[in-house]
Design a binder for this molecule. Structure first.
Ligand SMILES: [Zn+2]
Length: 64
């Protein structure tokens, strides 16, 4: 299976711990976030990324 994108979230089960996340895409897009609000924003950006991704949009138009 080819991996185009990945989203890795680290959310320790301790109340005092800070969650962090890393979003990566084959086009070179990579972002990391720390803190609950930052992680939530990163997840939203990760799901919205294909719209603005040059690599994924090119493959989509090719296969259409
Ligand atoms: Zn991309």
């Amino acid at each position: 299976m080819r991996v185009d994108r990945s989203l890795h979230i680290i959310a320790p089960p301790y109340r005092s711990a800070t969650p962090s996340a890393r979003s990566w895409c084959r086009c070179g897009h990579e972002r990391t976030a720390r803190g609950r609000s930052g992680v939530l924003a990163l997840i939203a950006a990760h799901h919205a990324h294909p719209v603005s991704c040059p690599l994924l949009s090119r493959e989509r138009s090719k296969s259409a």
